[in-house]
Design a protein around this ligand. Structure first.
Ligand code: GLP
Length: 242
């Protein structure tokens, strides 16, 4: 029950109640939450108060709204550490999720200027570009575009990346073992093309990532641009003083 006498606003108490139900596993991912009217009656509060609580939980990604169907408990997010150099395939395997990819582009191309500069490609020179939609248990999670040194990585043009991991192919076929990487992350509004692929609304928050991957000798062989779903990922790192 909510406490009318408490200095904590009623909408906030309702939010806490809903989050507690989810944390306790009483409301599971995909469950439909009671309607505004039902919650209003159950807690004897106005629909405006219920709407405020549900609206904030939707904005936080705890709940999802499906037009005409109701409000549902969102799927839990993937907690992705930011200290180990891993591949998407490994990350999903570690979570016992099935990773798959849709290959959107695999060809030889003149790269954008930031890629050319980072890979040391001369003006007009080429790279291999591999653009994929990455899925976990058949849910779209990220759109990744990898630019790879050419001609060093030319043989990947013949590989089937709907089935195979790029890092496995690079290691096993070319002897290029990803050894270190630097990465930057920023929040952006999802562009239209990526939104359609990721099944999110255009302009919804996504994490835009750029990665430079280096081999053991310190040479960068891969520049990656990715869009990760903001509603499905939490990136975290552990910090220490020295
Ligand atoms: C992660 C990284 C990408 C990298 C990819 C390789 O998703 N963010 O930069 O290209 O892994 O994944 P896989 O080896 O599964 O194809």
């Amino acid at each position: 029950m909510l406490d009318n006498q408490s200095p904590i606003p009623l909408y906030y108490q309702l939010k806490n109640f809903i989050e507690d139900q989810i944390t306790a596993g009483l409301w599971k991912p995909g469950d439909r939450v009671p309607s505004e009217a039902e919650l209003g009656t159950q807690f004897n509060i106005s629909r405006t108060t219920v709407r405020q609580a549900l609206g904030e939980l939707v904005n936080q990604g705890v709940l999802n709204r499906a037009q005409g169907k109701g409000t549902f408990v969102a799927q839990p997010r993937i907690r992705q550490g930011l200290t180990r150099l891993t591949s998407f395939t490994e990350d999903m395997q570690a979570r016992r999720m099935r990773s798959s990819s849709q290959v959107l582009r695999l060809e030889c191309t003149v790269p954008p200027a930031w890629v050319a500069a980072a890979l040391g490609v001369r003006e007009g020179g080429s790279t291999v570009v591999l653009k994929r939609l990455r899925l976990a248990d058949d849910t779209p999670m990220a759109v990744e575009t990898s630019y790879l040194l050419y001609p060093l990585c030319a043989s990947v043009l013949n590989e089937d990346f709907s089935r195979y991991s790029l890092y496995t192919v690079l290691t096993e076929k070319i002897g290029l073992r990803p050894s270190r990487a630097s990465q930057q992350l920023e929040a952006v509004a999802c562009p239209a093309e990526e939104a359609a692929l990721l099944h999110v609304r255009k302009g919804s928050p996504v994490l835009h990532m750029r990665r430079s991957t280096l081999d053991r000798s310190g040479q960068s062989f891969e520049q990656v641009e990715s869009y990760y779903r903001g509603d499905r990922y939490i990136f975290y790192s552990e910090l220490a003083v020295e």
